[in-house]
Design a protein around this ligand. Structure first.
Ligand SMILES: Cc1cc2nc3c(=O)[nH]c(=O)nc-3n(C[C@H](O)[C@H](O)[C@H](O)COP(=O)(O)OP(=O)(O)OC[C@H]3O[C@@H](n4cnc5c(N)ncnc54)[C@H](O)[C@@H]3O)c2cc1C
Length: 337
């Protein structure tokens, strides 16, 4: 395989940061694993990139950037109720969703149009419109750099949490996810209660929704609400929605009756980070070329020419200001490199 030197990563991250990697290669064939492995010692630091839609590049990368383009989809098992679909990590997430929908297999439709590749989906347990990918994952297969072998983790081994998994924790930077097996439903149960899906379906004149029309509704909502990285650099939600104790939420609610939160456990509430950021006065804020989106305060943007550090510093200022006003510490969702 070819290892290129001093490669600009600008086309490989949706923030559009023009940062160079000392070494860069494309992984598109499972045979390359042995080759990559034999030279792994030369590159103690390895960075796996899929669609680059959940990373912020703040400095030149010393090490080997591996762009995952390993593609392929296979039906590996089937029952009366379900199919098991093995999808290689370099497949585009949204294409996989559309593929499943075209076959009539349900489960992924609420996750339509999330940017990025399949290999990154388990990483932060992607979620949208009331569904998390952990509900669909049967198994994740990955190459373990130190153990020099493939490992297969069943769903329960992945330690999935809200925007979290073992791949962000104990296995962080230790594995290259090569494929994911999804269990999809032949008799889909639609989930249209979350967000504006129902309203959107009515707007579209859909009275008997299907996985296809639910997907269409999600696409329509997302397109109207979220900035397209092709138009303005961003990585979607920059922060996680913080989970706080119910008592703290009730006390905040007295001061801010409009605060937005949903129960996330017996005694905890997940608060809308976008609401907190907006209340703290950041929506539409701009400093140089870094800013906060004017319609969606949870999204930090690169108006063109911002550096990763400028966006990072802005995120730090937001964290400080939200903490000062509400006593809540925001956590970044985006991976900082
Ligand atoms: C406009 C927009 C909207 C978004 N909406 C949502 C949303 O609704 N819900 C949501 O959850 N996310 C959302 N995101 C975030 C992002 O799309 C997801 O996190 C997505 O899964 C990232 O995929 P990627 O391939 O771009 O990952 P990358 O950004 O390339 O990588 C992200 C992390 O995963 C690691 N990684 C990637 N591939 C592999 C692999 N094969 N093996 C090991 N590690 C790997 C990387 O090393 C990095 O740490 C949004 C982003 C944007 C820009």
């Amino acid at each position: 395989m070819t290892i290129l030197q001093n490669v600009s990563l600008r086309p490989y991250n949706t923030f559009g940061m023009d940062v160079a990697a000392t070494h860069f290669t494309v992984f598109n064939d499972l045979q390359q694993i042995q080759e990559l492995s034999s030279m792994a010692w030369m590159y103690p630091k390895k960075y796996i990139v899929g669609g680059g839609s959940n990373i912020l590049l703040t400095q030149p990368l010393e090490g080997l950037v591996i762009k995952n383009e390993w593609k392929g989809i296979a039906l590996v098992d089937e029952s009366d109720e379900h199919v098991w679909l093995q999808v290689n990590a370099g497949e585009i997430w949204h294409d996989t969703v559309l593929y499943a929908i075209s076959k009539g297999w349900g489960g992924m439709e609420n996750l339509s149009l999330i940017p990025g590749c399949v290999g990154a989906a388990p990483m932060q347990n992607i979620g949208a419109y009331g569904v998390e990918v952990k509900e669909l994952i049967d198994e994740v297969v990955a190459w373990h750099w130190e153990e020099n072998r493939f490992i297969a983790l069943k769903n329960e081994d992945c330690q999935f949490g809200y925007r979290d998994s073992i791949f962000k924790q104990a296995l962080k930077e230790k594995v290259l996810i090569t494929s994911v097996v999804f269990r999809l439903s032949k008799k889909p149960k639609l989930n249209t209660t979350y967000g504006a899906i129902q309203q959107q379906l009515e707007k579209m004149g859909v009275h008997k929704p299907t996985i296809k029309t639910v997907s269409d509704a999600v696409i329509a909502i997302r397109t109207s609400k979220l900035p397209n990285p092709k138009d303005i650099g961003n990585a979607g939600s920059f922060f996680k929605n913080p989970v706080i104790h119910k008592a703290q939420f009730l006390s905040l609610q007295q001061q801010y009756p409009a605060i937005v939160g949903h129960a996330s456990g017996d005694d905890t509430i997940k608060v809308a980070a976008g609401w907190l950021i907006e209340q703290a006065g950041w929506k539409g804020y701009k400093k140089g070329a870094a800013g906060v989106h004017d319609k969606q305060a949870l999204v930090l943007v690169n108006h063109g020419g911002a550096s990763g550090m400028e966006v990072y510093d802005l995120s730090s200022d937001i964290i400080t200001s939200v903490h000062y006003q509400f006593g809540i510490m925001l956590e970044r969702e985006v991976q900082i490199w």
